[in-house]
Design a protein around this ligand. Structure first.
Ligand code: FES
Length: 129
């Protein structure tokens, strides 16, 4: 029997190059793993919210992941710049490393995890509208 897909947020909550949606998943050791979803190039992208440099969360304000132009993701700690399509770091102290991607899809106006077989339900961690 098919399970309901795990909801991250409504599609309309993610504007192109705008504020992202924070959510949490349990990692394999059972602890909460902070994650986020943003929209770039019309497509929703999601990553674990952990900079490959020192492991800090990226957002400079809760849910704010893009730099000023809205074209790249930026780490608020030391300014590493990431390509939003892949999470690849193109500049900064972790250049050449990547954010950990998560598969998501949009269906019926909702953003959901694409493969949630082993993942527990996401938990919202910000005051999104
Ligand atoms: S912790 Fe992200 S660039 Fe240093």
């Amino acid at each position: 029997m098919a399970r309901e897909p795990r909801l991250i947020c409504a599609s309309e909550a993610l504007a192109e190059g705008g504020r992202g949606e924070r959510f949490a998943l349990a990692s394999q050791d059972g602890r909460a793993q902070q994650c986020f979803a943003v929209r770039h190039g019309g497509v929703v992208r999601a990553f674990v919210n952990r900079c490959p440099h020192l492991g800090t969360e990226l957002d400079w304000q809760p849910g704010e992941f893009f730099e000023e132009s809205g074209l790249y993701l930026v780490c608020s700690t030391h300014g590493a710049i990431f390509e939003p399509r892949t999470g690849f770091c193109v500049a900064g102290p972790c250049r050449g490393a990547s954010l950990e991607p998560l598969e998501v899809r949009e269906t019926n106006g909702q953003v959901v995890l694409a493969n949630d077989e082993a993942a527990p339900a996401p938990k919202r961690t910000s005051d999104s509208p």
